[in-house]
Design a binder for this molecule. Sequence first.
Ligand code: PHE
Length: 338
Amino acid sequence: MKEKLSLIASNALEEIRRAKSSSELDNIRVKYLGRKGELTGILKELRNLPVEIRAETGKLGNEVKSSIEKALDEKISYLKEIEKQEKFNKDILDISLPGRALRLGKRHPVTQTLDEVTSVFLRLGFHIEEGPEAELDYYNFEALNIPKDHPARDMQDTFYIFDEVLLRTHTSPVQIRTYLKQKPPVQIIAPGKVYRRDADISHLPMFHQVEGFHVDEGITFADLKGTLETFIHKMFGSEVGLRFRPSFFPFTEPSAEVDIACVICKGKGCRICKNTGWIEILGCGMVDPDVFKRVGYNDEKYTGYAFGMGIERITMLRYQIDDIRLFFENDMKFLTQF
Ligand code: PHE
């Protein structure tokens, strides 16, 4: 029995010494100390021994048991330490790696211009109104004196959704919507997206406009001129040359277009201004009394002006960009310059 015990002791200790993982140690523990383990089995047999040697052998058995337990515990904490070290070495952070720089977003150049235009007019006493991009034919055309046979209504120029519903081709329908729900005085700007069947270096199927209109008693063309001059000087600097040129819109009478001296050649004549020295930036005029009649305004009592401008066009002039398509190609190299 004693030999068996010391054999178990030396086997167990040797196996523990060789064990390389805590799961191996678990197996060893079961093998010797488990309920059906080798040492457990022997200790159970003790009671069959003659009394004279039972105590002595029992003592030896307990010693073997505690020495195996001790060896197991020591080896376990040793392995745990090693495993911890290995995990640490594997997960170690390389603090010499350069960090990834955060790229700050920027507002789109068209949005920047839109915000600037809006803020100039807000300071001049205008309020903001918005209208839907999918618009009724009536508001986009009919109510603005654009009759059924007008070329602007052609399928070639306008995106129709249904017979009487289209993507608005300008922001002027916001005039009608506002006149219908508000009595004068109205002093509004209406920024937003508009759509036309067009695509080349200076036209896109979608672009932005800002509409402005002021209706009250005694509003004259001089108010229109003063307002637009102030606006253009704020946007392009007070030195920029500008002129009002007679024009035609079905819903204004008289009508004009405003040109500024070409920002590229300063009026000398170049490719951008087609050698005229001038660039058109907006359309405007005095609201036609027929429009007022249709929305129930007293056209004897009230007069008003209206204007509309393209925001991409203004942005191109301010930053001297010669291809409108650049705005919507999402090229970060282009967009982050502004
Ligand atoms: N709606 C016109 C256009 O898109 C511009 C305009 C607005 C002209 C208001 C006169 C008055 O071309």
